[in-house]
Design a protein. Structure first.
Length: 583
């Protein structure tokens, strides 16, 4: 084994690595041309914090975990964003006339000399991990802060996001600013993708421009430099160019699409632009075309619900409806059903808006309202192709509902979605559209309501003692009914943006169209009456489905109450107060 450097010997002495692991890490670092301290965590030999704590000990420096909220604003002003980003440093505090800065490469003496020279002040380095430094920079300066500074100084020419199709350049008033705007918009999109964001909102107000990311269904304000307000028009123009929209039209809403590639992943960005008194507001919905959709087994159905649902989708004909608000995962559930049904002996055709996943072996169409190609027209065309199973992205009007019912009556299985609060509301929604009740009762197999609840972060979850009065009032649960429940809560950490939640999972309310439900449908019964009958037949409401997630320690009571507040109004009217939940 070649002679070890002093730091490598220190790693062995401090028992961070043994000789065999060190040899493998050095070989990996050499082949990838990466620093040893970056490779060790990648191989799983030690955490990043342990490695950098050892590095700080070797350099006889202090190890820190910088916290943006504890750093004084006047100190941040002394270290411009372009220097912080370029040297990957962050100011921590001032001590006896010197700026204490966190660095991730304390052995780079030339870099430290450069930092002292550009800051023109005495500098005391301390050690932090690269990840902690990057996170703190984003919180202190905002996304794209260094680009914003360069725009103000008009010195930048770099791009990040690779578009799948070329777009014509447009004059934004200054060619030098144009290059920086491209980079800044790319940084916004890149940060959103890395944060698992589903929507980017760019919202102008009189004195500010607000950027928000929707993560796990909740909006979070993205830190952006205050100077961004002055570049609002240029940012909107850049987004319009990427989406092939009319940059001269500022009075009418516009919709478009951006096809982008970030690394190996391909994304569709659905762009919507609305005019407001303070300028145009932008929404970009992010769809990962490379992502793998979930199977039925991964959706989170309980065993009894899975057996029920499998029975529904194997029916030769009829309509299966999935209901819920926008963003509740309805399409994912239907795709999972299609993936299970996708066999060589079945012809499956879909009409969607938009096509969110590419499904091999399935014919997929996308509606084009501008040329009159809507769901009802797509359904008529599908029937000429002799399908066994049809998916309609959404039943929005009478024409689409009529075609779906006609298709099911002629021997096709139709899957679709409706915007209703709960499963029973699907009946009244179809009747409101003008569909005859007897047609609903003879074609609809089941109505499934669903919501997405945030999942507790695996890194910071802790057991808690629940508030039993709330459980009894909202779920009808007493202490003796929940002896085996695993009540937990996330305290918040860097992995979950200090929210305590990371990722989402579905909860379901499955309403089979039994003979009694069909009778009530024909009699034009109200949704309350239908739900009352379904409860007597064993319907598990959304809230009670969520309760099982709480019992298993996967989410919290507060989260279940948040997402089921609108759906439980009917249930509260028909369920017996404080009825114990069967656990």
């Amino acid at each position: 084994m070649p002679a070890l450097s002093a730091f490598e010997q220190h790693l062995i002495r401090s028992e961070v690595l043994d000789e065999a692991k060190l040899a493998r890490a050095k070989a990996e670092a050499g082949s990838k041309d990466l620093p040893l301290e970056d490779v060790i965590p990648q191989l799983g030999f030690a955490s990043e914090e342990v490695v950098y704590q050892s590095l700080a000990d070797f350099c006889e420096m202090r190890y820190v975990r910088p916290v943006a909220e504890d750093i004084a604003p006047e100190l941040v002003q002394k270290v411009p964003a372009r220097y912080a980003t370029h040297y990957n440093i962050v100011p921590v505090e001032e001590h006896r006339g010197a700026i204490v800065i966190a660095v991730s490469d304390p052995m780079n003496t030339h870099g430290l000399d450069d930092i002292r020279m550009v800051l023109k002040q005495r500098v005391v380095p301390v050690v932090a991990t690269p990840a902690h430094i990057r996170q703190t920079i984003k919180k202190l300066y905002g996304v794209g802060a260094d680009t914003m500074e360069r725009m103000l100084s008009r010195d930048d020419n770099e791009d990040v996001v690779q578009l799948e199709r070329k777009v014509e350049s447009a004059d934004l008033g200054d060619d030098q600013i144009d290059a920086s705007i491209i980079k800044f918009v790319n940084e916004l999109i890149l940060e959103a993708v890395q944060s698992d964001t589903t929507d980017i909102h760019i919202e102008p107000f009189e004195d500010a421009l607000r950027v928000r990311y929707r993560i796990d269904g909740i909006l979070h304000q993205a830190p952006v430099p205050p100077a961004i307000r002055g570049f609002h028009a240029a940012i909107v123009s850049r987004v319009k160019i990427m989406a092939n929209l009319n940059i001269a039209e500022k009075r009418l809403p516009q919709d478009g699409k951006i096809l982008a590639k970030l690394g190996d992943q391909q994304y569709d960005l659905r762009v919507s632009i609305l005019p407001t008194p303070h300028g145009e507001t932008v929404n970009m919905r992010i769809l990962n075309r490379s992502s793998v959709f979930l199977t039925l087994d991964q959706l989170g159905f309980r065993d009894t619900d899975m057996k029920l649902f499998n029975g529904f989708i194997t029916k030769p004909h009829g309509i299966i409806l999935v209901t819920g608000p926008t963003g509740s995962g309805k399409t994912t559930t239907l795709y999972a059903a299609l993936s299970k049904l996708n066999n060589i002996d079945r012809k499956i055709i879909t009409i969607e808006d938009p096509i969110e996943y590419q499904l091999a072996g399935i014919t997929q169409m996308q509606v084009l309202p501008k040329i009159g190609f809507d769901f009802s027209m797509g359904l008529r065309s599908m029937l000429r192709h002799d399908p066994d199973i049809m998916l309609v992205g959404e039943i929005r009007d009478y024409e689409t509902a009529e075609m779906a019912i006609r298709s099911s009556l002629t021997g096709h299985l139709v899957l679709s979605t409706l915007h209703t609060n709960d499963s029973a509301g699907a009946v009244t929604r179809l009747i409101d559209m003008g569909v005859e009740p007897f047609l609903i009762s003879s074609t609809v197999i089941c109505s499934i309501a669903q919501r997405l609840v945030r999942r507790l972060c695996a890194h910071c979850t802790q057991p808690i003692e629940p508030e039993w009065p709330i459980l009894e009032a909202e779920f009808g649960v007493r202490a003796e009914d929940a002896r085996d429940a695993k009540f937990r809560r996330g305290v918040g950490c860097e992995h979950c943006r200090n929210t305590g939640y990371k990722g989402r999972q579905a909860i379901y309310e499955i309403l089979p169209f039994t003979p009694e439900i069909k009778r009530l449908t024909v009699e034009r019964a109200t949704a309350v009456e239908i739900k009352k009958q379904a409860l007597s037949e064993g319907l598990r409401t959304l809230r009670r489905s969520g309760w099982y997630r709480v019992m298993d320690g996967e989410t919290t009571v507060e989260e279940v109450l948040r997402v089921t507040a609108d759906a439980e109004v009917l249930a509260d009217d028909v369920e017996t107060p404080n009825a114990p939940v069967q656990v």
